[in-house]
Design a protein around this ligand. Sequence first.
Ligand code: CMC
Length: 407
Amino acid sequence: MPRKLSPEDQWWCIDEKTKKPLTFKGLKDICLDTTEICYIDAHNSKLYYMGYDIETLAAKSCFEETAFLLLYGRLPTAKELDAFKSRLKAERNIPDDLVELLRKLPDDVEPIEMLRTAVSYLGNLDPERSDLSREGIYSKAVRLMAKVPTIISYFYRIKNNLPIVKPNNELDHAANFLYMFHGKEAPKLWVESMDLSFILYAEHGMNASAFATVVVASTLSDYYSSIVGGIAAIRGVLHGYANVAAMMQFREIGSVDNVEKWFKENIESKRKRLIGFGHRVYRSYDPRARIFKRYAARFAEENEEIKRYYNIAIKLEDIALRSKLAEKGIYTNCDYWSCQVYRGMGFPVNYYTALFAMARIVGWTAHILEYTENNILIRPRLYYTGELDKEYIDIEKRSYREAEIKL
Ligand code: CMC
């Protein structure tokens, strides 16, 4: 006879007081480890990288400096920053084999899916892929940070029948990416915004994609596999794909006049979730959203399309922040406004998650390095609620209703 387990059989999972299984679905509020990389002040709308306020970094830093800070734990000297920029520039080119792979990918592949494949292939081509030393991880991280902008630009240009534009080593990281992508040097506001988006998206604690990278790294797998894990996780709409979905949402609403009706029919009725709202950690306005919003306003001043989205977003946010969502602690997150900044820089909507991932490689790497310094395999358990010792019935004697499982 099949049998069920009693709570005592799985005593390690039973709460002593309630005698019920103590599970942590979604790992809400579980601290995996200690960290010095990032602090999210959930109630005061603050974010810190290595102790530096994100507002300060957004105002004063550049992507390369912020990346150095997150990877090496302190701000660089001028000489160190120059050397770091030079190392990145030296690694911008990508192998011809990878360019061929980009050509072969189906036209309708999402850029973030392309990136998952491309990073995996880049790993295959790297003879140092199995080197797990810290120096080895730093070298591969620099390689990846430098090559991913080239990969995304080349993919865009190949799929749009445009000539490939090689990296321009006169330009820094953000300016060079815009140059390769669009085929010409970008206006000042675009370069500033791209650099800012790199900074704001570089790191954000133990989010789903950072966790995925660390889970893979904790098995002592290789660096590229860990990053592929992160890219796979960031692709989902509850995480990185939200910046694509937020723009689709503004497009679906269409006009300021439709905002109220749309909100009633979709959000108040709970038919849909409001994309670009809510966060597992924040119980206040995402500080990155506040900064992106300022830049979206600047694009709205000079671009009619962004002005339309911006006005829709302003009205929608106003309604949402006065609704039950805000009472529950659900506020604007960064993707709500970043999508408008990306659109302002002329990127096609489906590229936004890849742009996010391009920046987040830094944070993923920082967490891989920090977690594996004193590595413990990540391996949680589950509370078993099924039956045991079931009788194995031979196939010809099984009598389930076949319609139950659709094949
Ligand atoms: N719209 C409507 N209701 C929401 C939303 C939202 N955006 N977010 C949370 N809720 C409700 C949810 O329906 C639930 O209600 P109830 O208690 O009545 O069942 C309650 O709030 C708790 O939701 P949860 O899903 O258990 O909370 P969570 O901590 O897992 O949510 C989240 C985090 C990001 C998945 C969620 O807020 C969400 O789905 N947001 C929309 C997608 C989005 O914008 N994602 C980007 C996140 S920030 C950038 C990044 O990480 O990439």
